[in-house]
Design a protein around this ligand. Structure first.
Ligand code: NAD
Length: 300
């Protein structure tokens, strides 16, 4: 039986690791938050005391961490490269990083792992917390065709659609293009809904109209930002859980940096970044990103 080590059991990682257990894999887990580790152990995972302990004998190592610096630190340690999990992994282990990070960091980690006899794919995801829990995520993968094929069954246990975007780093580039569009759609949908509300139209009625009209998009279908329109989404739970504004701001920063490399014009993404940065600065960083809806609400 394949042994998978899983790092990062937050909003996304907890559901993903649970689905690997459901699929029958042997899973060892590690997170800085003990309660998250305990949750997965109750489902059948084993817990490593240290990251090194967790990767011992693992065939596949998955990370689902906030940002690139967390992944680099986990892989290579801080000052001493022997402290990271790369130095402790068994020969020929395959590393799958599902976090959303800089494409350049993914490329350089891929080269460093290759030099040490391991393989790597960047495999960021789309589909949100609900998709992670239901095992219906979309994986956007960068790496060699051979490694992508080797990890396919593992990704299938956590997702529904697996796309091979290109060589190492390509998964990250494709992912941030998608998330830049998501930020634009969430801000635009919020603005349109509030315009309707200000003019006496019920938000649920307006959402139904747009879902059957040319304004239809993912935020209306599965993640309505207006409280009370949909059940089981962050907007109906005080914007708790889901995808944090801080993480959306990280992704928009990655999108702007990527745009700068080839002088791509991204005026809509840039405006969405300004909106989300202001929203984050107003104390909303830990809320779900659909809380941008609140920025359009009349105050007082
Ligand atoms: P989160 O903050 O909920 O979870 C991150 C987890 O990593 C936390 O439990 C934290 O304790 C843990 N962690 C941090 N450093 C660690 C380390 N060194 N070792 C082990 N664990 C460590 O974040 P999330 O929402 O699950 O997002 C994770 C990644 O997925 C991010 O890169 C995000 O951009 C991306 N993403 C999130 C969503 C979403 O809807 N939440 C959707 C797609 C992609």
């Amino acid at each position: 039986m394949l042994h998978i080590a899983f790092f990062g059991l937050g909003n996304m990682g907890a559901g993903m690791a649970a689905n690997l257990l459901k699929a029958g894999y042997k899973v060892s887990v590690f997170d800085l938050v003990q309660a998250q580790v305990d949750k997965l152990c109750a489902l059948g995972a084993s817990a490593g005391d240290t990251p090194a302990d967790t990767v011992k004998n693992a065939d596949i190592i998955i990370s689902m961490l906030p940002a690139g610096r967390h992944v680099e630190q986990l892989y290579f340690g801080t000052a001493d490269a022997t402290m990271g999990i790369v130095a402790r992994a068994r020969a020929g282990a395959i590393f799958i990083d599902c976090s959303t990070i800089e494409a350049q960091t993914a490329r350089s980690m891929s080269s460093l792992l290759k030099e040490r006899g391991h393989s790597f794919v960047d495999a960021p995801v789309s589909g949100g917390v609900a998709g992670a829990a239901a095992g219906t995520l979309t994986f956007i993968v960068g790496g060699s065709a051979q490694t992508v094929e080797a990890v396919n069954p593992v990704l299938q246990a956590m997702g529904k659609n697996i796309f091979h975007a290109g060589e190492a780093g390509a998964g990250q580039v494709a992912k941030i293009c998608n998330n830049m569009l998501l930020a634009v759609l969430m801000a635009g949908t919020s603005e349109a809904l509030q315009l309707a509300i200000d003019n006496g139209i019920d938000a649920a009625v307006m959402s139904d109209i747009m879902k059957k009209s040319s304004g239809n998009n993912w935020t209306l279908q599965t993640y309505n930002p207006c409280p009370g329109v949909m059940e089981n989404v962050p907007s109906s739970n005080q914007y708790q859980g889901g995808f944090m504004v801080d993480l959306m701001n990280k992704d928009l920063g990655l999108a702007m940096a990527t745009a700068a490399t080839h002088q791509s014009a991204v005026p809509m993404g840039s405006l969405a970044q300004s909106l989300y940065q202001l929203h984050g600065m107003q104390g909303n960083g830990k809320k779900d990103f659909s809380s941008i809806f609140q920025a359009f609400r009349p105050k007082g």
